[in-house]
Design a protein around this ligand. Structure first.
Ligand code: GLY
Ligand code: MN
Length: 561
């Protein structure tokens, strides 16, 4: 209970912090706020992301000239009662600011429209159409009660936040107090003035503020979108068709250097928040050099995690929840060497490997079974790897395990073979599926009379009983990156140098699957690598982790000594 109230006059909100025993006397306040040395220089230097993020903001600016673009970092999120999760900014915010681990709750990046071609320059000096400002909650002075009394934001509780000057130095972006956000967003909105767009799903409070500003200015984006769509349909042209033409250009082989995406100016698109969300997703389809470097680092740390797990397999076998031994070993390395894991680690032994997202990880690890480990280290810049290996617990695959493993590997290799500039994203999946269907036919698992070719037909697809997921997804700040990109940019998109995605076929035979012979039941295999499209093909970023069954066995033997 707090000191100066009785339970009867406590509000429910106050009771949520009953643990607080902070004194309220003036004597305490005077003393705790005095006698502090001047704040030292936090030693902030410009992030190496500065020129890259300037280019990323210029790319976004090029797609939405004239609109005010609001990209929130997001708030702290409650874990339970008055405790929060560790802070992770929204990926669009991280991409455009370069801020990573723990930075910066409640901050909002705003790209203010300026006269076209007079805005902040990209790294090559070409002016964009916007001026960027970061609205942040700066460090409170020590004569402010927040300093010692605010368990969520106070320096005594969570450490010193950067000052506005620190944020400017670190990011190369003008920084302002978050209290200025409301007026800055509202300026010139409405009528034929500025269109205000916000990345939705990042910060409810900022969204509510944007909606209130629009309402006050008499702007109804939904109504306008409807009218514009009707106009476009009447004139026989839609934004989607125009953009598809751009992709068509690439298919003709003329534009495969990445400009296909930069050139996708949405002149005719209906301006609403979805267009901004889509744009922030699509500008991430091609990774710049720094992003590729960060992904390489994430993969390297992930491979270390896999090695640590192999060393700990005997302990996993001995423990009643051996899968937890695997999970915690992998996750400990991720936390030590990076920010965290990029998604909940899947540590699935035996039949659990047939559950695609098995993250309960509370099962036994038995000799003779295989363990499917799907894990990714997220480095401090928040880029994550996503790698899967299916390992024999004894260190040696049985014949049937090897047969299934080899089929999945062949499917992965077929997918790799088509992963080069000019192919479409969905060709990668199709190549893997051809192999999977062929093996299932060979093993007599497809239903009576169904051939692999018939199964591959859109009206068949029986083979997908044993692999219901896709073969690939883009990878970056989000494990399933660029998820809001349009279909013509993603599934139907053309592979272009700088794209990074997974290749992860699998076969999953559940313990109670009566459609397969008994010896196959309870076996799940997935092999997942992270792939960079290069000018002349691809690079397997996770090639440092063995894939061939014999190489996996030799690698495990070398680690176990
Ligand atoms: N590795 C987890 C997933 O791709 O869903
Ligand atoms: Mn994946």
């Amino acid at each position: 209970m707090s000191e100066n109230t009785t339970s009867s006059d406590q509000s429910i909100e106050e009771r949520g912090s009953n643990r607080s025993q902070r004194p309220v006397s003036q004597a305490f306040k005077d003393f705790v706020m005095s006698q502090w040395a001047p704040r030292g220089d936090l030693g902030v230097t410009p992030s190496r992301a500065v020129p890259f993020t300037a280019d990323r903001r210029a790319a976004l600016s090029g797609r939405l000239p004239g609109a005010r673009l609001v990209i929130p970092a997001g708030p702290l999120r409650t874990r339970s009662n008055d405790t929060d999760y560790r802070f992770r900014p929204h990926s669009a915010f991280a991409h455009l600011t370069g801020l990573g681990t723990d930075q910066e709750p409640d901050a909002v990046l705003v790209l203010h429209p300026v006269e076209e071609g007079t805005g902040d320059p990209g790294a090559d000096g070409t002016p964009s159409n916007h001026h960027a400002v970061l609205y942040v909650r700066p460090l409170a002075p020590r004569d402010n009660e927040e300093f010692f009394a605010d368990a969520r934001y106070g320096e005594f509780w969570v450490g010193a936040r950067p000052s506005l000057a620190d944020v400017e130095t670190l990011t190369g972006i003008e920084a302002r107090h978050v209290d200025e956000l409301k007026d800055a967003l509202a300026k010139d909105v409405g009528g034929n003035g500025v269109v205000l767009l916000v990345v939705t799903g990042a910060d409810e409070e900022v969204e509510t503020l944007v909606e209130a500003i629009r309402a006050e200015a008499g702007v109804d984006l939904a109504e306008r979108a409807e009218a514009e769509t009707a106009d476009a349909q009447a004139s026989g042209s839609t934004a989607a068709l125009d953009e598809a033409t751009l992709v068509g250009t690439a298919l003709d082989g003329t534009v495969l250097d990445g400009t296909v995406l930069d050139d996708a100016v949405l002149d005719d698109a209906v301006l609403d928040d979805a267009v901004l969300v889509e744009a922030t997703s699509e500008i991430r389809l091609l990774k710049d050099d720094l992003e590729v470097e960060e992904l390489r680092e994430a993969v390297a740390r992930t491979i270390e995690g896999f090695e640590a797990v192999v060393r700990e397999l005997p302990r996993a076998v001995a423990h009643r929840r051996g899968e937890r031994v695997i999970e915690t070993t992998f996750d400990a390395n991720a936390r030590l060497e990076g920010n965290a894991v990029g998604y909940e680690t899947i540590a699935a032994a035996g039949d659990h490997a047939t559950t695609l997202h098995w993250i309960r990880n509370d099962g036994e690890v038995r000799e003779g079974d295989m363990v499917l480990l799907d894990g990714g280290v997220e480095v401090d810049s928040l880029y994550t790897a996503d790698v899967t290996r299916t390992l024999p617990v004894t260190g040696e695959y049985t014949d049937v395990q090897r047969r299934i493993y080899q089929a999945v590997l062949d499917a992965a290799d077929a997918a790799f073979a088509v992963a080069k500039p000019g192919a479409r994203f969905r060709d990668v999946h199709a190549a893997a599926m051809e192999v999977i269907a062929a093996r299932l036919e060979e093993w007599g698992l497809l239903p009576d009379g169904v051939t692999a070719a018939e199964s591959l037909d859109e009206d068949g697809q029986q083979h997908r009983r044993w692999m219901v997921h896709g073969t690939s997804h883009h990878l970056g700040l989000d494990v399933h990156d660029c998820a809001q990109a349009r279909r013509e940019m993603y599934l139907d998109g053309v592979l272009t140098p700088g794209m990074v995605f997974t290749i992860e076929p699998g076969l999953y035979f559940k313990a109670d699957d009566l459609a397969v012979p008994e010896e196959y039941r309870g076996i799940g295999v997935r092999i997942e690598d992270d792939v960079l499209i290069t000018a002349d093909g691809h690079e397997n970023l996770s090639a440092g982790l063995p894939r061939e069954p014999e190489a996996v066995e030799a690698w495990m033997a070398s680690l176990r000594g």
